[in-house]
Design a protein around this ligand. Structure first.
Ligand SMILES: [Zn+2]
Length: 82
C-alpha cells in the first residue's frame, strides 16, 4: 500500500521541520561556544548552520504551499507549483 499524497506531504513537512530545529540548535550552540571561546572556526560553523536553517525554512514553506488543497484556480491541487 502506498502512502497517500496527504500523508506524504505531512511527513515531508515533519522532516523539514526537524531539520530546522536540529540546525537551529547546532547554530545556537556553535555561535555561543564560538563567541565564548573566541574560536573563529567554531563561530563560522555556527554561521553555516544558520544558513541551513534559512534553507530548510524555504523548503518547509514550499512544502506547505504545495500541500494546499485544490481550489478554483488550481483544480488539481498545488503540488506541481503552478
Ligand atoms: Zn490556488
Amino acid at each position: 500500500m502506498t502512502p497517500s499524497p496527504r500523508a506524504d506531504a505531512r511527513s515531508g513537512q515533519r522532516i523539514a521541520l526537524a531539520g530546522i530545529i536540529a540546525s537551529g540548535c547546532l547554530a545556537a550552540l556553535n555561535l555561543t561556544v564560538g563567541v565564548m571561546s573566541r574560536s573563529t572556526s567554531v563561530f563560522a560553523t555556527g554561521v553555516e548552520f544558520a544558513g541551513d536553517v534559512l534553507a530548510s525554512t524555504v523548503v518547509f514553506l514550499g512544502m506547505v504551499a504545495a500541500a494546499r488543497p485544490a481550489d478554483d484556480d488550481h483544480p488539481y491541487g498545488h503540488g506541481r507549483g503552478r
